[in-house]
Design a binder for this molecule. Structure first.
Ligand code: NAD
Ligand code: TDX
Length: 332
């Protein structure tokens, strides 16, 4: 049995990963999370206290990080500021957490020679044209667009430099857009589902032609665990589930699944610098690690997600009004 330190484990993907690890392995888990607006302690409710502990703290706090890394066998680093729209309003928390936080964790794993996995995004590659036959691969050059994606790109480069310069035993993964339970209502899919449940019209940026490559958070969790167990140090793994869809199609599917008219939504102001299309070619990860996504039918995964939000109003309702007020201020 080993002991994992999971940063950002009270957020969306981190909390799904914690549950996945506790279910699929006999590892013990410590979560380090600053409990920002994006975290929710209820996402970690009911876990076995013999195997799970939450430490509230900042990944950029070298003392706290050093103590926790010393006690762990491996670190999985999810902690980040994760929302593009927020990064356009105030980039500083993104520089602090994504860059300085990652630097701080890297220095600790270097000191203690601890196995490290860095969780990153396909947004580091920039965007593709709608008709581009190419998808992102491990060889695609970095070309990030937003303060969010540029700080994630910077964090990836720090990890690569710590591997090469200091021999840190690290793997990286760049995954496409996740959906599923426990995702904050600021993000596209939960925002629209909870808008309908809350009695307001869904909001589509621009014409909704932008394409995202959707993967269920459970499939992402399984891929990260597989990389931690079998990945080659120094390697980057692209994780995707061939889930490309434009935003208009996703929104209309949500409306249909919820028994609404497919045109019952508002077009709102587009995001500045809005990336047009992301698409992952995950062939190498699948071939090398034997990982395959289980949620291959997007509509059924989305239907289960709609049901989860309908059944967990107590999880999202306390933050819904403040999230929508912020969007309303921005005309979105
Ligand atoms: P999230 O915003 O839901 O969760 C982030 C968590 O990190 C929160 O619990 C927050 O409190 C914590 N955190 C933030 N700053 C911190 C700090 N300074 N110290 C400690 N904890 C801090 O994000 P998410 O969507 O779950 O994303 C998790 C990771 O996966 C991120 O690194 C993100 O870049 C990456 N990723 C996300 C997606 C996606 O579609 N959501 C896709 C690919 C990769
Ligand atoms: O209300 C909305 N209306 C809308 O049309 C919102 C919130 C979003 N959108 C659009 C913008 C994007 O094209 O939907 C798409 C998805 O938006 P987000 O959920 O904000 O995700 P995105 O910007 O694509 O980034 C996500 O995927 C990659 C995560 O937030 C990142 O953390 C991850 O790295």
């Amino acid at each position: 049995m080993s002991h994992l330190l999971i940063t950002g484990g009270a957020g969306f993907i981190g909390s799904n990963f914690v549950r996945h690890v506790l279910r699929e392995t006999d590892h013990r888990v410590t979560v380090l999370d600053r409990m920002t607006y994006a975290a929710n302690e209820a996402s970690l409710a009911g876990l076995d206290p013999q195997r799970f502990e939450l430490v509230v703290g900042d990944v950029a706090d070298a003392e706290v990080v050093d103590d926790l890394v010393r006690a762990a066998d491996a670190v999985v680093h999810f902690a980040a500021e994760s929302h593009n729209d927020n990064s356009l309003n105030d980039p500083w928390p993104f520089v602090h957490t994504n860059l300085i936080g990652t630097y701080t964790v890297l220095e600790a794993v270097r000191r203690h020679r601890t196995r490290f996995h860095h969780v990153s995004t396909d947004e580091v590659f920039g965007d593709l044209q709608l008709d581009d036959p190419q998808r992102f691969t491990e060889e695609t050059p970095y070309n990030p667009s937003s303060p969010y994606s540029s700080t994630k790109a910077g964090s990836d480069l720090l990890v690569r430099a710590w591997v090469r310069s200091f021999g840190v035993e690290a793997t990286l993964s760049n995954c496409s857009n996740n959906y599923g339970p426990y995702q904050h209502v600021e993000k596209f899919i939960p925002r629209q589902i909870t808008n309908v449940l809350w009695g307001v019209r869904p909001k589509l940026y621009g014409e909704g032609r932008n394409v995202r490559d959707w993967i269920h958070a459970e499939d992402h969790s399984a891929a990260v665990l597989r990389i931690l167990e079998a990945g080659a140090p120094g390697r980057t793994y692209l994780v995707g589930a061939d889930g490309e869809l434009d935003n208009l199609t996703v929104l209309r599917t949500i409306l249909r699944l919820m028994g609404r008219d497919e045109n019952d939504f508002d077009h709102v102001r587009d995001r500045a610098g809005h990336d047009l299309r992301y698409a992952i070619d995950g062939t190498r990860t699948r071939e090398e690690l034997g990982w395959e996504p289980c949620y291959t039918d997007f509509e059924s995964g989305l239907g289960a997600t709609v049901s989860w939000y309908a059944e967990h109003r107590d999880w999202w309702e306390p933050v819904k009004a403040a999230t929508e007020a912020k969007y309303a201020e921005a005309g979105q």
